[in-house]
Write a protein that binds this ligand. Sequence first.
Ligand code: PDD
Length: 282
Amino acid sequence: KIAYVNGSYVPHSEAKVSVFDRGFLFADGIYEVAAVLEGKLIDNASHLARLKRSVGEIQLALPETLERIEEIQKELVKRNDLVNGMVYLEVTRGADKGRDFAFPKAEANVKPTLVMFTSEKDIINAPSAKTGINVITVPDIRWERRDIKSVALLAQVLAKQAAAAAGAGEAWMIEDGKVTEGGSSSSFIVTQDDVVVTRQNGSEILPGCTRNAVVKLAEERQLRIEERAFTVEEALAAKEAFITSASVFVQGVVAIDGKTVGNGKVGPITDRLREIYVEFAK
Ligand code: PDD
């Protein structure tokens, strides 16, 4: 398997960055994950737009244009013969000597680090798409700028480890009694009167590319959508619940903290939105 590291395509065994990389020392970096279906990047314009916004918010200049980044993503898909899966991309503020919290000085001429690699995943035929997943809830202990897709993911690592230990597929993070989002996905419910509810975008959550596409696609099909926060109690009283992300598309949630949602099966609106999203992706 081949990775991209600062201008070179190298085998994974040779894909390395410095111990002084600020991504490693400070989590001073941004990432993106875009799905690949039949060799094609899905909704990549949206991922690149978010990348541009994220790096702007931390005053990090991309080392390549977005056009060039997309070329590299595509080249990597080709070199890995990737049919279905994901392209991971990370840009950091680069490797500086020592460990200064403040940005490297201009005269140090530190170049940002840009790495990418691919992974295989059959998102369409994943078994959990049919069965749905259980989620657990955990307190949202993250910082206040969750709209930035930063590589500082310790809170999500702990949340998703707690989920894994409990045999659950995702952790829903709770703040002020409301669900913010999943450890690596956006959260949705479908109310008893068939209203699709997902939290409004803002600094409390990552603006999910899949979330945004699903909201738009649902609106175009005259489904009722409300963008607002919801509680776990509301989710437990809902007809359906689901999550969205580049790595799962739309995936049903059938239980929260061991309590069944709806009839305990993936619901019809979830199934329909998954079909609509897959159609859009193809
Ligand atoms: N995670 N919320 C969080 C906290 C996320 O990390 C992600 C994505 C999402 C969904 O965003 P999108 O639809 O653009 O993938 C929401 C990626 C997949 C990851 O960390 O692997």
